[in-house]
Each structure stands twice: as structure tokens, then as C-alpha cells.
Ligand binder design. Structure first.
Ligand SMILES: NC(=O)NCCC[C@H](N)C(=O)O
Length: 409
């Protein structure tokens, strides 16, 4: 039977992808909580939805099956017991306890499943549920905060909470509190959605793993090589454990290349500074390398004993890519052409964050015209999507998509 999850490269023809259409969670952003919720501005909801619909249609026009997080989650919660269990878990993870917990649970469960899922994503404002008598000082102070359940405006970056590798996936422990609950949706989908539940899908790292990892750092370079960013969001320990777990069960995967990148907001994940666009072509933001073009790269391979890895240190990205991919030459296409202004400007709006839908065919934001032109000059087919509002969340087409299945190369 066909595996429901199957990704053996970054560039094999994309067959099925998971998206999330931004919803009311985006309208629960206010200036006071922007930083905490990892946004730099407040998107205009009708426009961000229009842009997202255009992105989804662009993929469908190329024959790609687009699945939506809300639909899968609604279908996964197919019994009353599952609905209740999910609500209990989300309240726990949202730090809602005490007297208000039951009231909020009853409120959420009063909606049909689709509305309930949307409401949980959008957040629950205190004004939505009648105030109880407050007896304690902490309850009075707590009241200054507008939400019982925080909104999850980053959900449209489906890349990060979970990532497909081979026939399995990681369901991620997310680094930032604002995003930590997001991976619970994929956990329910994998375990309870009829499309996935009957398969024995390997979970390479699960969301109870104590160290963080996010999908933006996870790149499947080829059927035997994975690259993972050591970044602001992904810890070295997670990468080593992931490698050990994969080597044990998916024997085709021979190595994990851990690429250290600066830990900053602009470079939050490896895919904000480096993506694969063709067999031998990559986008890169030049600032991840030092002046001599060097950086720290570690190749992890199966160690002599079980549950150990052999680690080799490298410093040259180009040479390492040639070695692990068995290529004579590799082109690194600099974001914004490496220009002192265009490069950081376009990187800020995800100029290096391309979604490959086939070898040499990528989806990018239209606003990054310098990078797009350069990609075309390198023979890449560039399909542009509108991006005024989508880009405000600091993620691009790769961040906004979780490939579930790609054709093998
Ligand atoms: N893979 C990615 O780079 N995803 C973008 C995530 C943006 C989101 N506002 C965040 O800070 O997590």
C-alpha cells in the first residue's frame, strides 16, 4: 500500500502538501503581544487570505494535492471522546487550570468540531465567556490579560511544527512558547485521521522530546542525506537524537549534515538562509558564512556501536554539498545577488525561502525581484506569488508548506 508520508528529497515533484489558511487568529494580534507572538506587524485578514488562496491555487494548478490543517484536524476528531481529550490537552498546554477550565472546555465543546478547531486556533478572549466572581488577588490581576487561550497566528507556517523525512516525520518540540501547542494538531492527525492512523508511521522525534527542533531547519537533500540547521530554534542534542533514531529504522538514510547558522531573528531557521532549488543549485544568504566563506558543519553518520554517531567537522558548505551529493559542481545562488542592501532586505522577506515543486521549479514571493531574477538566470523556473501580507509573519513559501509526499527522483 502507498505510504501516506513519503519525502526523499527537497525537489522531487510535490504530490501532496499541507497548508493552513490564515484565520481569525491573525486578528487577535495586537501591538502589545506582537513580539511574544513572533510577528512584526498585523496582517490584513481578507488580504492575507486572498494571498494564501492564490498560493494554494498556484500549487493546485501544477497538479499538487492541497490538504488543509483545519480539515484534517476536524476529520481526526471523529468521536466525542477524541474531542474531549483534545480540548483537555489544549487547555493543559495553554496553562488553563482551576475553576475556569471546565467553563472554557464546555464553551469549546458547544461548537461543532470544525468551529471548535477554528476557535482553538483563533484563541479564546476573556470577554467571550461570562465573568465569574473573582475571589483571589491573582485572579483579579490575571484579568488584565485579554485571552484565556492565546491565538496561534503562526499556524500558516505549517513547515515548522512537523516535518516529513522518508516515510516518517518529526512532531516537534517547538522552541518558542507561542508556537509550542501547534504540533499537537499533527499529533492528533497522525494518530487518529483515517488517512494516517492505520499505518505504522515512524515518528523520528516526538513532541515530548525535551530539546527543540523545528521543521524550517529540516531539509531532505537526497534519499541518503538530511541537512539540519543548528539554529535559534533547533538544538544540537535534538539533531543527534534524530540521527540515531533515523539510522536505526530508515537504513537508506546514511548521514545527517548539521549546519550551524547565526542565532538571530532574521535567520531563525536554516530554510530562511538556504534552500535547494535543483539537483545542484541552492539559494543561500551570504551572511551565514564568515568573510573567508567558512562556517561550521558537522556530518553525523552511524557510529561503531548502536545509538552512537560518528561526527566529522567541515567548514566549507560548497565542498560539503559536492561530497555528500556526489556532484562535480554546485551553484550557491546568493539572496539579493549578495548586494549590501538587496541581500538583507530580500532575506528579511524570505528571498532565500523557496518551495521547490519539481527539480528546477520553485515558488517564491514576488517582492524579492532581485533574487528571483538571479534564480531565472541560473535556469530555474520561478513561479511568483503575491506576498504583501503573508510576509509579515517572517516566513516564505517553504515555511508555509509541509510536503507530505513527493515523487522519488
Ligand atoms: N521555516 C520558517 O522559517 N518559518 C517561519 C516562521 C515564522 C514565525 N513567525 C516564527 O517566528 O516562528
Amino acid at each position: 500500500m502507498k505510504q501516506p508520508l513519503h519525502v526523499t528529497s527537497e525537489i522531487g515533484a510535490l504530490q501532496t502538501v499541507l497548508l493552513h489558511r490564515p484565520g481569525k487568529e491573525v486578528e487577535n494580534l495586537t501591538p502589545d503581544y506582537l513580539e511574544h507572538l513572533l510577528f512584526d506587524d498585523i496582517p490584513h485578514l481578507p488580504m492575507i487570505q486572498k494571498e494564501h488562496d492564490y498560493f494554494a491555487q498556484t500549487l493546485r494548478n501544477r497538479g499538487i494535492e492541497v490538504l488543509y490543517l483545519t480539515n484534517l484536524m476536524t476529520e481526526a476528531l471523529h468521536t466525542e471522546e477524541l474531542r474531549q481529550q483534545f480540548v483537555k490537552q489544549i487547555l493543559l498546554e495553554s496553562n488553563v487550570h482551576g475553576g475556569s477550565a471546565q467553563k472554557i472546555a464546555d464553551y469549546l465543546l458547544s461548537f461543532d468540531t470544525e468551529e471548535m478547531v477554528k476557535k482553538i486556533m483563533a484563541g479564546v478572549r476573556k470577554s467571550e465567556i461570562p465573568v465569574e466572581k473573582r475571589n483571589h488577588l491573582y485572579e483579579l490581576l490575571d484579568n488584565h490579560y485579554p485571552f484565556y487561550l492565546d491565538p496561534m497566528p503562526n499556524l500558516y507556517f505549517t513547515r515548522d511544527p512537523a516535518a516529513t523525512i522518508g516515510n516518517g516525520l518529526t512532531i516537534n518540540t517547538m522552541r518558542e512558547v507561542a508556537r509550542r501547542r501547534e504540533s499537537l494538531f499533527m499529533s492528533y492527525i497522525i494518530h487518529h485521521h483515517p488517512r494516517y492512523a492505520e499505518f505504522d508511521i515512524p515518528i523520528w522525534l516526538d513532541r515530548d522530546y525535551p530539546c527543540p527542533i523545528e521543521g524550517g531547519d529540516e531539509l531532505v537533500l537526497s534519499k541518503d542525506t538530511i541537512a539540519i540547521g543548528i539554529s535559534a530554534r533547533t538544538a544540537a542534542k535534538s539533531i543527534e537524537q534524530l540521527a540515531i533514531n533515523i539510522f536505526k529504522r530508515q537504513k537508506e538514510i546514511k548521514r545527517v549534515v548539521a549546519v550551524e547558522i547565526p542565532k538571530s531573528r532574521a535567520f531563525m531557521h536554516l530554510d530562511t538562509v538556504f534552500t535547494m532549488v535543483d539537483f545542484d543549485k541552492f539559494t543561500i544568504h551570504p551572511e551565514i558564512q564568515n568573510k573567508d566563506g567558512q562556517m561550521d558543519i558537522y556530518i553525523l553518520e552511524q557510529g561503531k556501536e548502536e545509538d552512537t554517531v560518528k561526527i566529522t567537522h567541515k567548514t566549507n558548505l560548497l565542498e560539503t554539498l559536492k561530497e555528500v551529493l556526489g556532484l562535480k559542481d554546485v551553484a550557491l545562488i546568493p539572496c539579493g545577488g549578495g548586494d549590501v542592501i538587496a541581500a538583507p532586505r530580500e532575506q528579511w522577506n524570505d528571498g532565500s525561502n523557496t518551495l521547490a515543486i519539481a527539480p528546477g521549479v520553485v515558488v517564491t514571493y514576488d517582492r524579492n525581484y532581485v533574487s528571483n531574477k538571479l534564480l531565472r538566470e541560473h535556469g530555474i523556473e520561478v513561479i511568483e506569488v503575491t506576498s504583501s501580507e503573508l510576509s509579515r509573519g517572517r516566513g516564505g513559501p517553504r515555511c508555509m508548506s509541509m510536503p507530505l509526499s513527493r515523487e522519488d527522483l
